[in-house]
Design a protein around this ligand. Sequence first.
Ligand SMILES: [Zn+2]
Length: 288
Amino acid sequence: MQTLETYTFNSHKPGANLLVLGAVHGNEPAGTLAIEKIMQKLVQAQITLKSGSVTFIPVCNPVAKQEDVRFIEHNLNRILKRHDFEKTLEQSYANQICDLIEKADYVLDIHSTHLEGDLPTVFNDFVTEETSAWAESLNVGTVITSWRDMLGSAGVADEFSDTVFHSFNHGKKALLVEAGYHNEPTAEKLAYQAIEKTLKFFGMVDKAYTEANVSENTIAHMYKLVFKTEQDGKFVQDWKHMDPVVAKQVIAKLDDGSELTAEQDGYIVIPFPEATAGEEWFYLAKKD
Ligand SMILES: [Zn+2]
């Protein structure tokens, strides 16, 4: 089994223990690049840690990253739990990530999305006063909640074991950042800012050197997950992540002529036109 590369920076002073994850999905380079950049600054003492410690896993799924694919055998962010008898590389990665999550206080997991022009978003799945303040402090532009409620409504909560869920199950607080389109240079920049602002939020550095890029975050709440089925269907337009939709608006048409519509005023979330049968096709969130 392959050991994941991890790097820890310790101030040797009391404070938060933060874990930052990159490339849980192999084709999402932003987190890895941002982690490499901030580690370089920590090594060169351009940034000094004044309290607590931070651990980085720049590449959580190295075998998928090598192939530039989302995953090989299992979507790592759907099987992120303990596997007593690990049979695949991705199950062994999951176990190693679980080890580090259980040692941390806070977890920041950085991802990116499928389409050029997708807006960045922070997912705050288990809302507390602290996670809301942390999510707001990242100034990403959009904060989405109710991910687990949506999975429960779709009856698939048991099949979705992810980094944030494992953190929650062990009493840790976690946020997941979608930094924008995979290959957009702004995604790396946003991911970097998210790490720096997180260090600032927990008082681990004196200041974040990057400017806030929005004045107010849009808040939205997930309410629906739609899987691609065997039946072919198409989006009625080139949706991007966080495109606004109104109640009853048609999102997609299936080959039998039936239409998939929004139930409430809100947004389309992480549309994936290339999804194959059984994969997540799109989600819907309602306005705050
Ligand atoms: Zn991802």
